[in-house]
Write a new protein. Sequence first.
Lengths: 327, 328
Amino acid sequence: MLRLRQLFRGNDNGGLLVLLAALCIGFSVLLPGRFATHDTLTSILFQLPEFGLLALAMLLPLLSGGINLSIIASANMAALLMAWILTAGLGTLGGSPVVLIFIALLAGFALSLVVGAITGYLVATVNAHPILVTLGAMSIVNGACVWLTRGKPIAGFPAEFQLLGSTVLLGIPLPFWIFVAATVAVGLYLSRTRYGVAVYMVGSNLPATRYSGVDTRKVLIGVYTISTLLCWVAAILMMARFNSASAGYAQSYLLITVLAAILGGVDPFGGFGKVSGLFIALLILQVISSGLNLLGVNPQLTQAMWGTTMVLVMAARYLLPKRRPVR
Amino acid sequence: MRNSKLLALLHGPKGYLSLVIVIMALFFGVLAPQFLTLGNIVDLIEGSSVTAILAIGLFVVLVAGGIDISFAATASVAQYAAAYFATKSQLPIPAIIAIDLFVGALLGCLNALLIDRLRATSIIITISTMSVFFALLMYFTGGRSIYDLPAWWSSPVVLFEFAGSGDATVRITLPIAVMVIVAVATSFIMNRTSLGRQTFAMGGNVEAARRAGINLTTTQFFAYGYLGLMAGLAGLVQAHRVGEAVPNAMVGGELFVLAAAVLGGASLTGGSGSVGGVMLGILLLAMLRNGLNLLGISPYFFQILLGVVILASAAMTGLKARRRLATA
């Protein structure tokens, strides 16, 4: 409990909590009897985790002064590999589904590890720009996924796998527990480990960090590897929820994950930001999303609204003197 | 003496690109006989004219040290606005074209305003504006195309025509001419006007440019506004080529444009690159796509190759920058 409180330390999040409360109240007023229900809370708790994990995957590269534009493609890639193993190997193995699921998970983990490490290597050692590296990775991964699946989703996983998505522990869905665990893990990594703290340093000033004796290469490789591994966990949750995997899922999430990070206090130039802020920002965005969904707002208007919100959040960051970025 | 000049020519992105283009031409020429015909080459150049115009505009922004991925959305909005007035009102032709270019430049300047005033990263701002522009466009148009464009816009304009191999006639059409004019004009602006050189300076080192007295805000507006203008022009040419204004036709092609610009020597950190390099990049990618198409290979494989090209190009730029830092 003490650790959690230390994670949530800092009065920067006060404003965000107020915003969250205001939004909940606002939507409850706009949608009497429909928003402030157990159903809404349940749907939020079910939808938030995969989005939250992708946001965590976006957080680390942003903190290091870069960006990872391939998170959606990586998640879909991992999902497709695991889905293919789950649906193709059922007959050949003949063993219990748990072994098959374990093999699928291991394969997804390995692939994400390799892709993340290569991305990190290109950014760190070859000094290639993160935007280009992750765009290139996204293009390769996405192209390969669509080419190999002909654009069709893979569906039909064993029932034991879907347990991952539907089990409820202590009234809270398992995916949410997984998400909370990942949040805590990333928060601890960033605040308590040598390489984690170095992420902030690298984001602030990479040459200075290198001259201070930190192996910036390892830090950056770690950043992009962990980022892609978080996409793997997100992929597992997406598969459990949709009972299928496709190369085209979650494409609209990219903008919102960046928005969640910026709203949560991450400096887009790198070097500043807390996991706790991201967590609250995710709740805010999920509440907005659910509220707008219940209000029946056109999805394209919603997308336009996210873009506008991002600009407004950037403007707000500029206008708040405490947070004004010095360039 | 002649040997060293030749070697000097081969150095740098233009030299490497030309070499790769020649090798690729031979490769595809052997595997697919119809590749090396004049008709096919002119066709693929004409097919990439819209992309080339966009890439030249993006080149200016990259040189300025920024990036903008909202240009396809800008082009779509400008194109649709012009198409709407062309079909629903009686405005004269120059007014329609002016509306298109104005909308494009306006949206580009909006990007510049946000990036400059908010001290924000260009990638995040332009991801946001791309979302807003495109989502609003799709919402207000309902995804419907305008397909009854007036004749002055959609009827083909052939500038030169001559006989190719067999019965085919080779046509040099308006899009190719527009592309060439844009390339020459942009090269002139970037290399021979102070505004262009200021852009290079700002991209190379912002702080040094500021202290040298360059007005960074003006240069930002020039760079993003120019891309917006090019986007508007590309929208006009695209509608001319296909005969209709389709709201979602151009969104999705951003990667090809960015790859061509980066191949041509433009780096994301700014300050380098040339229009000629960008044109060679366009030619290389267009040939690659056309060659793969003629060989019957899936277009998604091209997407994979595009990613590899971007990675390789980014790697080379990165290594070159690192080497320059080490020897400085």
